[in-house]
Design a protein around this ligand. Structure first.
Ligand SMILES: Nc1ncnc2c1ncn2[C@@H]1O[C@H](COP(=O)(O)OP(=O)(O)OP(=O)(O)O)[C@@H](O)[C@H]1O
Length: 372
């Protein structure tokens, strides 16, 4: 799929923007702080209904304005698909094919994107929260049911935490109520954990050979889910539920003492092993970068496998950061099959041939014009 037209109104530093793109590499050139990332972010937000840089939607609205609007015409194998997202102080409204989508979980997934930005190194180096957010967003792109399940899970978690706090300060004493909340929590947890295990197994299948290729056959990559309770891959839901039940039974008193839910998908993590060692602890900068890149390229393949077409690739400020070998590996992988956006302050670090064939745009203080 590719985005053919992008319209922005009051988005970040863009008062008004109308841009047309081609189904190839689109290079967005400009000095610092002119609005290159803002364009990439707007395409990401149009697809995912949330930003990759902030969880505060109000930041997306141009200062002193009340709302921001992003519209896009996406061309899919089945035909054109108009997408629209309006962000106001009251919330978000989304339309797909001119039809209002009451639930964002139904909207997300119609247009698919993969973003690779400097922050993605945090995927390897950062906190478990970053990795959980990554898994949830990516599964959500190919599974609207998952987005629904995760929001249910979060609601139950909140309720359970609230009740545990009340038990902690003795505002409540009814243990039967805790048991009901625990049962609901376990049911929701098992669904999330099972889906995450499955997603990582598929991601690993794609990422392993890609990583091996980028490292010229020198490195193996393994991605493993690290659950906070002893559930494991391949267990059916009823077995997982049993494992959780035993765990929560054992720690009930400690949870009440602490007033919080101590185990579950909100405490799980994933680990990347390069040549058998945890790359977060033992990996070099280069290995961590290769790992993040392999995961992103694997996502392209996984989405293509799941939905039957490649997503749009957004490379924000990263292409010139890659050495020649990694850059050409990436470009060869996407060549001719993935619409790609590349931002850069200078074309110096970008492969000549790619540049010759690309469309190019210049961004300056919230305006964009085509220059090639
Ligand atoms: N809500 C907003 N309203 C108006 N302007 C904003 C808003 N949010 C950010 N900006 C402005 O957008 C500009 C930053 O744009 P962006 O992050 O796209 O930069 P960039 O061109 O990618 O630069 P760099 O190369 O440094 O990453 C800054 O001038 C900032 O002040």
């Amino acid at each position: 799929m590719y985005i053919e037209e992008l319209l922005l109104k009051n988005y970040r530093n863009y008062g008004q923007l109308e841009a047309h793109f081609e189904n190839k590499v689109n290079v967005i050139l400009g000095e610092n702080a002119q609005g290159k990332t803002n364009v990439m972010e707007s395409i990401f937000v149009l697809a995912m209904a949330k930003s990759h840089r902030t969880s505060n939607d109000k930041e997306l609205i141009r200062w002193d304005d009340d709302y921001a609007k992003i519209e896009g015409r996406v061309i899919k194998s089945r035909g054109p698909l108009p997408m629209q997202l309006v962000i106001s102080k009251k919330g978000k409204r989304a339309k797909c094919n001119h039809i209002e989508q009451r639930r964002l979980s139904q909207y997300v997934g119609n247009m698919n994107v993969v973003m690779f930005a400097p922050e993605d190194l945090h995927l390897v180096k950062g906190s478990p929260q970053v990795r959980r957010r990554f898994i949830d967003m990516e599964i959500g792109q190919v599974s609207p049911v998952y987005l629904h399940d995760i929001s249910q899970y979060q609601k139950i978690l909140q309720q359970r935490n609230h009740y545990l706090k009340q038990l902690q300060v003795r505002k409540q004493t009814d243990m039967a109520m805790l048991d009901i909340l625990t049962e609901q929590f376990i049911g929701a947890s098992a669904k999330i954990a099972a889906k995450r295990f499955e997603f990582l197994r598929l991601l690993q299948q794609w990422a392993e050979p890609i990583h091996n290729g980028i490292s010229r056959g020198l490195e193996t990559l393994e991605i493993r889910y690290r659950p906070s309770a002893d559930v494991s891959e391949g267990q059916d839901l009823s077995k997982m539920i049993k494992v959780y039940e035993e765990k929560f039974d054992k720690i009930k008193n400690r949870e009440i003492e602490r007033g919080t839910t101590m185990f579950g998908p909100h405490r799980d993590d994933l680990v990347f092993f390069v040549n058998g060692r945890d790359v977060q602890t033992y990996g070099s900068q280069g290995q961590q970068r290769t790992t993040a890149l392999s995961v992103k390229l694997a996502e392209l393949e996984l989405i293509n496998k799941e939905i039957g077409e490649y997503p749009i690739l957004l490379l924000d400020d990263v292409l010139s950061e890659l050495d020649d070998y990694r850059q050409s590996h990436l470009l060869n992988t996407i060549q001719g099959k993935v619409q790609t956006f590349v931002t850069t302050t200078s074309v110096d670090g970008i492969d000549h041939q790619t540049l010759k064939e690309a469309a190019a745009y210049r961004v300056e203080t919230g305006t964009m014009e085509r220059i090639q």
